[in-house]
Ligand binder design. Structure first.
Ligand SMILES: Cc1cc2nc3c(=O)[nH]c(=O)nc-3n(C[C@H](O)[C@H](O)[C@H](O)COP(=O)(O)OP(=O)(O)OC[C@H]3O[C@@H](n4cnc5c(N)ncnc54)[C@H](O)[C@@H]3O)c2cc1C
Length: 434
């Protein structure tokens, strides 16, 4: 490959803050809110013009991970803290469905527009400075410590200095630039992306509640008739808006079956274009085969292809598959979860439900192996492939994000590295469990 050597450039330092949060998805919004509430001068940068990441731009559609799981006891809300707070705001604005059954547990479907507005309000009320349309592209390092980030936006290439950093980019961009090692799924096999869309004019009484098996039978029949429907296990979820359904039904792989690498612009381009083609196939299928969808039309499509998984950082602790399967508890827990393992693999979906139990997510899974003033949260936490396929959902991203932002404030106040933060004190602030 031909190489161009970029010359050294002098960049303006445009801000100096206590806590810099890169990324404004569920974990970034939670982290920035927590750090600012704890009195730190906090800046959150986000490449889009709104918050929510995969929950809004990717239109993931629902909050999973709020409730207990199992057939042996009635379902109840399991996690609270920032996840409970955000859920409550959605409820107050009439922007979330009633709990909807999902296997042995339940989820709630949200309105992505109201999601963005709630995030704006929480950030403003807690005093977070927000910079939209701004991408973190590089880092400023000194003696193994992170000093700042290089950002790019329409104003040019600039530097922001900070004392503590939270990587909430979902793809581990900040960690990777700072030299933290990472892995990609199980030996490079990451979960497939989905282009999510919404259909309106659905007769909800007839269109929702078909069993998964029945939907699979209809998909197989349509496949025999020549429809291109690569995914059989499809989710149709009732939106809080009247007569509208969230359709989480597509699945994208390269032509040779290779998974999409969300850190490759070429793969992402392929995924966006394939996703748009697939949703028209599924629209036709739903109208023709699924009762209740006869007059339904696509009324909204996700802003970007939905990425479930990309880079996973190598952390000081790791959430293992056995931790989830055996519902292990940890004295260093900052979040808990009863969400199933829901691994959208290229050879099909692997599901596993806990029965009336939950597992803990330890603080150390958020701590990169190097770089003492950097922490991550959300879907980049250190976990084995199947464990991540459970721990990556929104309620747990809210919780790990809030823990990361609170830890940033505590580590500054106590003049310690992230690793030295007192877990009991951290937990007394984040109140993720009541
Ligand atoms: C198709 C699909 C369906 C899903 N369904 C559900 C569901 O029903 N329920 C559920 O709970 N979860 C669901 N999820 C999972 C959930 O949406 C995500 O795991 C969650 O949004 C992850 O949050 P995060 O904050 O870790 O990262 P993200 O949501 O990915 O947010 C990262 C943010 O960082 C920004 N960013 C990235 N890089 C940079 C950079 N370099 N500089 C500046 N900003 C940057 C992005 O724009 C984004 O806003 C689904 C995910 C997908 C893809």
């Amino acid at each position: 490959m031909e190489i161009y050597h970029e010359g050294a450039r002098s960049l303006p330092v445009v801000q100096q803050v206590d806590v810099l949060v890169a990324g404004g998805g569920p974990s970034g919004v939670a982290a920035a809110t927590a750090a600012a509430r704890a009195g730190q001068n906090t800046l959150m940068i986000e490449r889009y013009g709104f918050c929510g990441g995969m929950a809004t731009a990717g239109m993931s559609g629902a909050i999973c991970g709020l409730f207990t799981s199992g057939k042996s006891a009635p379902l109840r809300q399991l996690v609270h803290g920032f996840a409970g707070e955000f859920y409550h705001h959605l409820q107050k604005r009439g922007a979330v469905s009633a709990p909807f059954p999902f296997g042995a547990t339940a989820l709630v479907v949200h309105d992505p527009q109201v999601w963005k507005e709630i995030a704006d309000d929480l950030l403003a009320d807690s005093g977070v400075k927000v910079l939209f349309h701004t991408q973190m592209t590089d880092v400023v390092m000194q003696d193994g410590e992170l000093k700042g980030v290089i950002i790019e936006n329409k104003s040019g290439r600039q530097v922001i200095l900070a004392k503590r950093f939270v990587d909430a980019t979902g793809d581990g961009d900040l960690c990777v630039k700072a030299g933290v090692p990472h892995t990609l799924g199980r030996n490079g096999m990451v979960q497939y992306p989905t282009m999510v869309f919404r259909m309106n004019q659905v007769d909800i009484a007839r269109g929702i509640g078909h069993s998964m098996q029945q939907l699979e039978v209809w998909v197989e029949e349509a496949q025999r008739q020549g429809y291109t429907l690569p995914r059989r296990h499809i989710y149709l979820l009732p939106s809080p808006r009247p007569n509208e359904v969230m359709c989480n039904v597509t699945s994208i792989l390269r032509e040779d079956g290779r998974p999409i690498d969300a850190t490759s612009a070429e793969d992402l381009t392929f995924a966006e274009q394939s996703g748009r083609r697939q949703i028209r196939q599924y629209e036709r299928f739903l109208q023709r085969f699924v009762p209740g969808f006869e007059h339904a039309k696509i009324n909204d499509v996700a802003t970007q292809i939905g990425i479930r998984q990309s880079r996973t950082i190598v952390g000081q602790g790791k959430l293992t598959n056995d931790d989830v399967l055996l519902a292990r508890k940890s004295p260093r827990s900052v979040a808990k979860s009863a969400w199933c393992i829901e691994a959208h693999n290229n050879d099909g979906i692997f599901m596993f439900y806990l029965d009336n139990d939950y597992y803990d997510i330890p603080y150390d899974t958020l701590l990169p192996q190097q770089v003492p003033n950097l922490i991550t949260a959300g879907r980049t936490l250190c976990a084995e492939h199947e464990a991540l396929a459970s721990a990556r959902v929104t309620a747990q991203c809210f919780l790990t994000g809030y823990a990361a932002g609170t830890a940033a404030a505590l580590s500054l106040r106590q003049n310690r590295a992230f690793a030295g933060v007192d877990i009991a004190e951290l937990c007394s602030i984040i109140e993720y469990s009541v």
